[in-house]
Ligand binder design. Structure first.
Ligand SMILES: [Zn+2]
Length: 318
């Protein structure tokens, strides 16, 4: 599946019809950024190759971008009052910027900063590229500012937007962009990339490299999900209090795991209870960093059905 996308992008590249704005969307951790970054390198490559030549001056600068620390790449500008504000990341390549959130949001000042960049002529390559990730972290003001740019796109500048959540991108921005769905990695692709052999992990990761690696490092996540799925009141109660003390990132991965399991179970059984559980977990994911108590959320998942929720049913293995 991934090969098909690469071939498609290659054809688009060589026909010289790369749109001025592309949104790459799909599940988290499946390598969307890598695909967008490779296309960025190709668009800037002096040899004009896709995949990029990897040797020209442009490619060398782009490769160093990936190796440097975020702090070294951070680029600051001035706001209206002359205060220094973080705008985007930039390395040694004069024609490439990488727009990422400051804390959790991409703000309008950042889009304004990018505007100053895009109206300059390219300095090294024939084009310029702005990579925005995650694009759904642009707040509505930022998205509207971007929309103004996309309505009259500067010549030879490409905007590559990467997103896990297409719904959070304004329809007006979506309609100005070429939208490409990046398929999850197949189990074989995932196995090859991560060198993980465990069939349970490969199944539960649902094509996400990030998730697969996380599950391998932290097997307790799978054990906890199993215990929650069994739904025994007392066990669940104890576990939920334990999870409450976990780091937020770990809680996040647990909810992601539960989300994919409930989703699958709902599709398999059409039992409405899974739909309700799915909604609870999805709500939890949305509000996790806004101060909800995860233990209270997990208590709501009580009432497992032993027959359907037997351990071995989680993934069909074991
Ligand atoms: Zn090159």
């Amino acid at each position: 599946m991934r090969d098909k996308l690469t071939r498609f992008l290659g054809r688009m590249f060589y026909s010289r019809r790369v749109p001025s704005s592309i949104i790459f969307y799909g599940k988290e951790g499946i390598g969307k950024r890598d695909i967008a970054f490779e296309l960025s390198k190709a668009l800037l490559c002096i040899e004009e190759k896709y995949p990029s030549c990897g040797r020209c001056e442009s490619c060398v600068h782009m490769m160093s971008f990936d190796k440097r620390k975020d702090e070294e790449l951070r680029f600051y500008g001035e706001d209206k009052r002359g205060k220094s504000v973080y705008l985007y990341m930039r390395g040694d390549h004069p024609d490439f910027v990488y727009l990422a959130p400051e804390r959790s949001e991409i703000k309008i000042d950042q889009i304004r900063g990018v505007r100053d960049f895009i109206y300059l002529s390219p300095a090294l390559s024939k084009r310029k590229v702005v990579l925005i990730e995650p694009a759904d972290s642009m707040n509505p003001y930022a998205q509207n500012a971007l929309l103004k740019v996309l309505e009259e796109p500067p010549q030879d500048t490409h905007f590559l937007l990467v997103s896990n959540n297409l719904q959070r991108i304004l329809p007006t921005v979506r309609s100005r962009s070429f939208v490409i769905e990046v398929p999850p990695l197949t189990k074989e692709e995932l196995k090859k990339l991560t060198k993980i052999e465990d069939p349970v992990i490969l199944e539960l990761a649902e094509g996400s490299v990030k998730m697969a690696k996380r599950l391998k490092e932290d097997r307790e996540l799978i054990n906890t999900a199993e215990l929650i799925l069994e739904g025994k009141v007392l066990d669940l109660y104890k576990k939920a209090l334990e999870v409450e003390k976990w780091e937020q990132e770990r809680q996040y991965y647990l909810l992601r795991l539960l989300q994919s399991i409930y989703h699958r179970k709902f599709i398999e059984t059409e039992n409405y209870r899974y739909r309700q559980y799915l909604d609870i977990v999805t709500f939890g994911l949305e509000y996790l960093n806004k101060g909800i108590r995860i233990s209270l959320l997990l208590f709501q998942l009580i009432g497992g059905d032993e027959h359907v929720l037997h351990k071995s049913k989680i993934s069909g293995y074991q």
